[in-house]
Structure formats: C-alpha cells, structure tokens
Design a protein around this ligand. Structure first.
Ligand SMILES: [Mg+2]
Length: 271
C-alpha cells in the first residue's frame, strides 16, 4: 500500500512546503462509539445470564474498561506477543469480563455465553458503519491541503484487518501519498520513517491523542496539531494532558476544519 514518498515528493515539484501525517481513528473518522453497543449488549447478556449475581451495570462497564486497558500491554498466549490494538484484545476482553465476574461470584462460565459475547463484540467491526463515521470536515480539509500543494500521509494504529476496511472507505491508497498501519504504537522511529525523503518539508502530525499521535512526533522534528477526543484511553484525563502540551510546537484545535481556518498560523509554528 505504501508508495515511496521520495518519488511522490519529486513528482509534486518544488512548490509543496508542508507534509501532514494524519491519524485515522477519531481524527478523520469517528471511532469512539463503535464499541459502545457491543459493550452495552455484553452487559445485558452478562446480567441476563447471571441474574442477581451480576454486579451493577456500571461496575461491569468499569471492569470492561479496566481489562481492555490492561490487555493492550498483556501477552496473548496464542501469539506470544502483546495484544496491542488487535482484534484479539477486543472482543476477547468481553469474555474475560464475564469470566472474571464468574470467578468473583463462584460460578462456572458457560461456553455458549462466551461465544455469544465474542459474536456481539465483533459487531464493533461492522464495516457498513465506516462510511458514515467519516467526519464531514475530512474530505474538504484534505482537498484544501492538496490544493495548497501540500503532501498528506496517513499513519494509523490498529489491527490491519480492521483498519484496511476503513482505509478503503477513504480510498486512502489514492488520496494519501503514504499509508502505514502499525499494530502496537506510533514510535519516534515510525515518524522518522514516514518523513523519509521529506527533509525539506515542514512536518506536521495531526491526531486526537496527544500522548500517542503528537509526543513521539515532536521528538523527531514535527510540529503537532492536536484535536482532542475523549476516547476510552484518556477518559477524565484531558485537562491533565492539556496542561502538559508543548504549546510552542503544538496547536490545539476543537475541530478538524480549523486546520483550514488557521492554516497560516499553524504552518507558521516553529519546530
Ligand atoms: Mg486516533
């Protein structure tokens, strides 16, 4: 899927000055509620199955959040690799929630309930929703940058089986001059690789997650454009994160369309 950025940079001629590395989920398309209905349905199934032995629904949701967050770094025994952001983490985390509750109340998990939880969780990856998940600002902003002669690149983290379907909705292979999916995290090295051949460009990383999309990029010469969304990974922490933002090299936007409205201000930032 990747095209050599050097070749593309040359093909664009000498005029482009800026290269934008976009995040995908919750930056160009909404992802934050894709998991909501599977989680709610899983809660219902656990309560239907365990009856009065089930904890309060808010405790089930909190346990799901706790197990999902912990599992990102845990080793998947089937692969000997961390679960990361793979489909092996969610929806298997829903099964683990059920098993943990069963352990706590001294009941044996039922295999058919576990299968149903997996099936329910897989609906988070229903690709029929992806087209309407694309933000209304996304294509106008990308078109604006292209008209400016800028380069647009895409760097997303997640399961390639899932991200691939989202990328096809965006027609990403044609629209972006480079597309990369990482399954664990966006490291400074990944940002450096994305910028290969673009040494004469001003580099920008645009994303909703300051810690994961912006910080690793600032360390290797990018400017940051942070458009915060309160996802499951930053619930209740946005103010604390905002206090740590390096405002000399990162600008915070409320909406993606402000990238157009404040283009001169953003591109005038010093790296
Ligand atoms: Mg994101």
């Amino acid at each position: 899927m990747n095209k050599p950025t050097e070749t593309l940079a040359k093909a664009q001629g000498p005029s482009p000055r800026n290269a934008w590395v976009f995040d995908l989920d919750d930056t160009l398309m909404s992802n934050v509620h894709d998991y909501a209905f599977p989680i709610l349905n899983a809660c219902k199934l656990v309560i239907d199955t365990l009856g009065d032995a089930a904890p309060h629904v808010s405790a089930i949701v909190a346990l799901e959040q706790e197990i999902d967050s912990r599992r990102v770094a845990e080793i998947n025994p089937a692969t000997n690799q961390p679960y990361g952001y793979s489909m092996e983490r969610f929806p298997t985390s829903l099964v683990e929630v059920y098993r943990e509750i069963c352990r706590r109340v001294g009941k044996s998990p039922i295999r058919s309930v576990e299968s149903e939880l997996l099936y329910t969780g897989l609906k988070a990856f229903d690709s029929s929703r992806y087209r309407k998940n694309v933000y209304s600002d996304t294509f106008p902003v990308l078109d604006f940058l292209e008209k400016k002669g800028d380069l647009i690149l895409l760097l997303t983290k997640g399961d390639k089986r899932v991200q691939g379907r989202k990328l096809s909705v965006l027609d990403a292979g044609k629209r972006f001059c480079s597309v990369r999916v990482v399954e664990s995290k966006k490291t400074p090295e990944v940002f450096t690789e994305m910028a290969k051949g673009l040494e004469s460009y001003r580099l920008f990383s645009v994303g909703n997650d300051y810690e994961k999309d912006i910080v690793p990029a600032l360390g290797v010469g990018y400017r940051g454009v942070w458009i915060p969304v309160e996802t499951w990974e930053v619930i209740g922490r946005l103010d604390e994160i905002r206090a740590r933002v390096d405002q000399s090299r990162c600008i915070e936007l409320r909406l993606l369309r402000e990238l157009v409205e404040r283009y001169d201000e953003i591109t005038g930032m010093v790296a």
